[in-house]
Ligand binder design. Structure first.
Ligand code: SAH
Ligand code: SF4
Ligand code: F3S
Length: 462
């Protein structure tokens, strides 16, 4: 139980975007807990609302401004009742647009990027100090610097009580930022250069999570397989070697990582997949396009054949590896033939799942200056065709599991009484009849059917 203090203030964080933002939101909660903030699930009750934003596509970015409009109304309502509400914008839109957000939305008290979260209590104190000022004199506190110091070292350790609430599975950021500069992507600008957390820090955090009851950890990074943390002896450790170290933590039963870049699937990581049972046979390996000329224009720095070669190597060490990917349709200059090449690579790989997006021009990226933009209707049509193909593959993959017995980590009560739900090694949701006592462990489950996005199973006597 988290202690409720009489003078405690309520915090609401709304998280957009990728898993790294989910992790960051938890760490912001940890950072504010010692300052009297406890989280609420009701935005209208919050003394402080933080929007943890995503800048990856135009639509994602614009959501922030519509939310800020709604927040202004909530703030007015609270003020009418004699209360107040502070509002902060964090995350990748904050990093990309900084001061501009405060200009467009004066309701905002703080704007701060992902590398400044350890300074949040200090920013909050500065913003609070302005509360009594006349609105015309108030200035949003803006912090979008990329600091020299290690953010993670300055953030308080994940609190055990808070961690328990996070359940049986947890994210752990091991690497941040990106040096790859794909020509469509804002991440290198919003998250900065690639930084890997030291090995000891990662292990300590993983141990803490496991002690708090976590059974499955997903290591996170924009380029997680480019991880190169330093160990206590000053040696550089890659993701493969890190996986072996994490496998030694008693009680940790499953390990995943996301997102990987095809260029960084090295032999050590392949070996880890061959040797380590806790490393789950599910790999999210985005390729974006199946056309070499588009891959070149995207600055992905690999060809379609090289990608297929990586897939072949991984299947050699782990034949049951399920694959997932990301695709962009309608990158500038994408012809019908380029798009057909993308459908072809999808057909060749056979994905268990995939995420696909229409190309969205992002200001400041090299892609934004390219001519030959693809018409919106063409993008829509291509996206539909691609998604149809992927859906067929997902269904086929689910079907192929029927009749098999899979180890399922039972995580929660099911939607109906008497049911429980969990995940297969391949990250599929599995539902089955069973009592709540099953929750918290891995059980053998015979897959007896499928529904739209999940598997239906039956507990097998061990
Ligand atoms: N680091 C990861 C992906 C980060 S962004 C990688 O390299 O694969 C997640 C996904 O969003 C990308 O894989 C890409 O498919 C999509 N994406 C990124 N920028 C985009 C843009 N400008 N328009 C459309 N989709 C985009
Ligand atoms: Fe973006 Fe490319 Fe870096 Fe992934 S590898 S985060 S797509 S620049
Ligand atoms: Fe979005 Fe930033 Fe993640 S742009 S996808 S929240 S790294």
């Amino acid at each position: 139980m988290i202690e409720t203090r009489a003078n405690s203030k309520k915090l609401f964080i709304k998280t957009y975007g990728c898993q790294m933002n989910v992790y960051d939101s938890d760490r912001m909660m940890d950072a504010l807990a010692p300052h009297g903030y406890e989280t609420t699930l009701d935005m209208a009750q919050a003394d402080l609302v933080l929007l943890n934003t995503c800048h990856i596509r135009e639509k994602a970015s614009e959501k922030v401004f519509s939310e800020l409009g709604r927040l202004r109304e909530l703030q007015d309502e609270r003020r009418a009742l004699g209360g107040d509400m502070m509002i902060g914008v964090a995350g990748c839109v904050a990093q990309a647009e900084g001061e501009e957000i405060a200009r467009r939305a004066p309701v905002v008290d703080m704007v701060f990027g992902p590398q400044a979260y350890h300074r949040l209590p200090d920013m909050l104190a500065r913003a609070e100090a302005q509360r009594h000022l006349h609105p015309s004199l108030k200035r949003a506190v803006v912090d979008t610097d990329f600091p020299e110091e290690d953010k993670f070292e300055h953030l308080p350790a994940a609190k055990k009580e808070v961690t328990i609430k996070r359940g049986l599975t947890a994210f752990l950021t091991v690497q941040e930022g990106c040096d790859k500069f794909c020509s469509f992507c804002v991440v290198p600008y919003t998250r900065g250069a690639e930084v890997s957390r030291p090995v000891a820090q990662v292990i300590a955090e993983a141990r803490g999570l496991v002690e708090a009851g976590v059974k499955e950890i997903t290591l996170l990074g924009q380029n997680v397989n480019a991880y190169h943390g330093v160990d206590d002896k000053g040696r550089t450790v890659g993701l493969g070697a890190l996986a072996y170290l994490l496998a030694e933590i008693g009680g940790l039963e499953r390990l995943r990582y996301t997102t990987s870049h095809p260029r960084d699937m090295d032999d050590a990581l392949m070996a880890a997949h061959r040797d380590l049972d806790i490393l789950m046979p599910y790999l999210h390996l985005p390729v974006q396009s199946g056309s070499d000329s588009i891959l070149k224009a995207m600055n992905r720095r690999h060809t379609a054949a090289e990608y297929l070669d990586v897939i072949e190597r991984i299947k050699t060490v782990r034949p049951d590896m399920a694959l997932s990917g990301d695709f962009i349709v309608g990158f500038p200059g994408e012809t019908d033939q380029d798009f057909e090449d993308t459908l072809k690579i999808i057909a060749d790989v056979g994905y268990a799942s995939a995420y696909s997006f229409k190309y969205s021009t992002r200001p400041g990226t090299p892609g934004a200056t390219l001519g030959d933009q693809v018409a919106e209707e063409v993008k829509t049509e291509r996206l539909h065709r691609l998604q149809e193909l992927v859906n067929t593959q997902t269904t086929a993959f689910h079907q192929s599991c029927v009749g098999k017995t899979l180890p399922v980590l039972i995580e929660r009560p099911g939607r109906q009484a008497g049911q429980v739900g969990g995940r297969s090694p391949y990250l599929q949701a599995v539902h089955l009849e069973g009592s709540a006592e099953l929750i918290g462990a891995i059980h053998p489950v015979e897959i007896i059917g499928t529904s739209t996005n999940s598997l239906v199973g039956r507990l097998k006597a061990a």
